[in-house]
Structures are given as structure tokens and as C-alpha cells.
Design a binder for this molecule. Structure first.
Ligand code: SAH
Length: 250
């Protein structure tokens, strides 16, 4: 996601109805943007900060958040690897390589940009059988056909409209094993008026905490744990990053 989100001018559409921030998302612009980014881990985070320190902090934070969540979910194993995970909006598999492959026996990938999924499919982790099915598709078009212990969704939902995100989370909810967990890890809006922010560069929306919570509620999910990713140096003016661990409402 870009470092320099653009604030929207509270526009009114041609037809007179008020424009919502996510109305501005254009998937063609997003895919074009990501196609122009180099297909390596640095490319994934180029706009966010200086790789590799950013990535190191990010991956370490994810590991400890997941360990905490596994202790909170009744009857979820706290030791050993989970059987099946999936990396959504996987890019070239930075998160899979640096984290998910260490906590899951098998990791699938969902990513719309073909030059990124190719990297994942041709990686050593794929050759060794850790990476399973890699789907070249947007999250809004992904209909999971198996059950997952962990669905990890990071730095990509800004490319989905609110309604698409609700539907995608509903499908993820149905694709969880008995003790399965969805984790969403995303940038947070810093808009002084508490609005979502539109970023023209990659045509994405950066949402507020309130918006995320209402989307998860709408998708029938409970937020069982949520915290900010700590440890990023203050002087880089990075957007705050928040984790949400989701479990189906009972
Ligand atoms: N999650 C990875 C990659 C982040 S970069 C990481 O943290 O390293 C954002 C990724 O979102 C890019 O790979 C981009 O191609 C992907 N993306 C763009 N539109 C998407 C969509 N509609 N659904 C899922 N992923 C999308």
C-alpha cells in the first residue's frame, strides 16, 4: 500500500448521490500499479518503508500475535504447526516465506497478479511441497474449495470495496476448520476527520478501525483479538498497522 495516501475531497457523483471513498477503487489501476512493481519482497513493501527492517518487524509481530491468538481460541492447538494456511493478497509470498511456512504445514496463495504468483509457484518452498495451490485471482473472486486453519489477509483488502470485502470475509468464514482463524493485518486511516482515505497511486482505500469492525460484524465475525503492530520507528511516518483475529459468531 502506498505511503502517501491522498485525502478525498468530499465529492458528489454525477448522478447526485454522495460518493463513498470505496467508489473510487478501480481494479484496473490497481493491477496496473502492481504489475509495474518489481516481483520481489522489496517491491511488496517499496512504498511502506525500507525493506528489510520493516519486513523483519512485521513478520516477528505476526508470529507473536498468532501465538497469542492460538492460546485464546478454545481447543486450538498451541504447539506445533497448523495443517493448512492460506496467504491472501500474497504478492510474491513474502509473508508465506518469512512466517506462514513456519507455522503451517501447507500454505496456499491467493493473488491476482500473475508475475507474482509465478514467483510463488517457482519458489523453493513450492518445490519442497510447503506451498500448495496458488490461485491467480483477486480476493473478491476467490471461492475457497477447502477448509483452512489459518486464513492470513495482509496489505491487500484496500483493493476491495466494502461490500466485496464483507462478501470475501463471509466466504472465508465458511472456509474455516472447527478451530480456524482469519487474521486481517492492514494499514489504518490517519484521516483527521475519521474517514477512510483513498490512495490514487495504487487505487486503494485505507480504512478506519471503526470501518473494519463494522465490516467484520457485517460478515458475521467476532474480533477475538486486535492490536497494533508495534516496533516501527516513529520517524518514518508510516501508517499504523493493526491486526484483527476473527472467529465466526456463534
Ligand atoms: N501481502 C503481501 C503483499 C502486499 S502488496 C505482503 O505483505 O508482502 C499488495 C498485494 O495485493 C499485491 O501483491 C497486489 O497484487 C495484491 N492485490 C491487488 N489487488 C488485489 C485483490 N483484488 N485481491 C487480492 N490481492 C490484491
Amino acid at each position: 500500500m502506498s505511503q502517501t495516501p491522498q485525502m478525498t475531497t468530499d465529492g458528489v457523483q454525477q448522478n447526485g448521490s454522495p460518493a463513498t471513498v470505496d467508489d473510487q477503487i478501480d481494479p484496473n489501476v490497481s493491477i496496473q500499479y502492481w504489475n509495474d512493481v518489481p516481483a520481489n519482497a522489496g517491491g511488496m513493501l517499496a512504498m511502506l518503508g525500507q525493506y528489510p527492517w520493516y519486513s523483519r518487524i512485521d513478520l516477528r509481530g505476526s508470529k507473536s500475535f498468532l501465538a497469542k491468538v492460538r492460546r485464546m481460541v478454545p481447543s486450538c492447538t498451541t504447539e506445533g504447526k497448523l495443517a493448512q494456511g492460506v496467504d491472501c493478497g500474497a504478492g510474491v509470498g513474502r509473508v508465506t516465506e518469512g512466517f506462514l511456512s513456519q507455522v503451517c504445514q501447507k500454505v496456499d496463495g491467493v493473488e491476482p497478479v500473475e508475475k507474482f504468483t509465478r514467483v510463488m509457484k517457482e519458489s523453493a518452498l513450492s518445490a519442497s511441497g510447503v506451498i500448495g495451490d496458488v490461485y491467480t485471482i483477486g480476493l473478491e473472486d476467490w471461492y475457497p474449495d477447502k477448509k483452512y486453519d489459518l486464513i492470513w489477509i495482509q496489505f491487500c483488502v484496500g483493493h476491495l470495496k466494502d461490500s466485496q470485502l464483507i462478501d470475501a470475509v463471509i466466504r472465508c468464514r465458511s472456509a474455516l476448520t472447527e478451530t480456524g482463524i482469519v487474521v486481517v493485518k492492514e494499514n489504518m486511516s490517519t484521516d483527521p476527520n475519521g474517514e477512510d482515505m483513498f490512495d490514487e497511486l495504487d487505487s486503494s482505500v485505507t480504512r478506519t478501525d471503526d470501518k473494519f469492525k463494522s465490516i467484520f460484524r457485517g460478515a458475521g465475525m467476532n474480533v477475538v483479538a486486535s492490536e497494533l503492530q508495534l516496533g516501527f520507528p516513529k520517524n518514518f511516518h508510516l501508517l499504523p498497522v493493526r491486526f484483527y483475529a476473527l472467529r465466526p459468531k456463534v
